[in-house]
Design a protein around this ligand. Structure first.
Ligand SMILES: [Fe+2]
Ligand SMILES: [Fe+2]
Length: 254
């Protein structure tokens, strides 16, 4: 088997540098802003922020263990360091949302059945399954944070959402690179089956997310059609990136 380190000039080195340079920016958010969510706003967004704060938190030990033992990707010495910093960035999202919840006197959740399902799904199989389940949630996080950004009058919540959206857009490219390289040795047919399974998971999760968080979308003026079309468009973009993982050059999803 060809070593990734010799066949590609360390595609994860740039990601490691990107995540490293992106660290510790939560202080730049307008925490001093005095806006407090109104009762109506709280009813629309509090439960959803609680769920996302919980979902963004992961120690990632299983993910790192699978990555470190992958026969091809682990030969790139930048792969695991990039992954560790990626997980730290997700933990930072959870910390920021947690600080916002504390500020609004909204209790943090310690568990939720939907979060538990996703954690169990990620543990089912190897690196590809782990990354696929995670990126499915990340695709859907994009329309969610776009709606949350516009759902209230809070400048702080808006700035938090803009910051997370910027990170998540990059995460799609990063995850597409990982999944695409994992799938590269597979036959065309096997890759097609993987894509179909992923599409099924995506559509089921998208329906569940709307059912759980439609109050946020409605508060931002979104209807189901807009949500479905936007989420589907982002998923199609992800699949395109996965298929062309070797030529993923952009850090951003523009
Ligand atoms: Fe995140
Ligand atoms: Fe992410």
């Amino acid at each position: 088997m060809t070593s990734l380190a010799t066949s590609i000039s360390s595609p994860f080195q740039r990601w490691r540098d990107h995540f490293f340079e992106n660290r510790d920016r939560s202080g730049a958010l307008p925490w001093h802003d005095s806006y407090q969510l109104t009762g109506t706003e709280l009813r629309a967004v509090a439960r959803s922020i609680q769920q996302f704060q919980l979902g963004e938190w992961a120690r990632g030990r299983g993910f790192v263990r699978r990555a470190a033992s992958h026969p091809v990707l682990a030969t790139d010495s930048w792969f695991v360091p990039a992954l560790r910093l990626f997980i730290e960035e997700e933990q930072e999202h959870s910390s920021i949302l947690g600080r916002f919840l504390d500020r609004e006197h909204i209790p943090r959740l310690t568990n939720h059945w939907l979060d538990e399902i996703f954690r169990r799904l990620r543990k089912l199989a190897g690196l590809e399954a782990c990354a696929t389940v995670l990126v499915t949630a990340e695709v859907l996080a994009i329309p969610f944070y776009q709606a949350l950004r516009d759902a209230t009058g809070s400048p702080l919540l808006r700035a938090i959402c803009v910051r997370i959206l910027c990170d998540e857009a990059a995460h799609l490219n990063y995850q597409a690179l990982t999944i695409g390289l994992v799938r590269r040795p597979l036959s065309e047919r096997a890759r097609t089956v993987r894509s179909l399974c992923h599409a099924t998971l995506f559509h089921a999760t998208a329906l569940l997310l709307w059912q759980q968080h439609r109050a946020v979308f409605r508060a931002a003026g979104w209807d189901f059609r807009r949500y479905w079309n936007d989420a589907g468009g982002t998923f199609a973009f992800l699949q395109f990136r996965i298929e062309r993982a070797d030529s993923v050059d952009d850090l951003r999803l523009d």
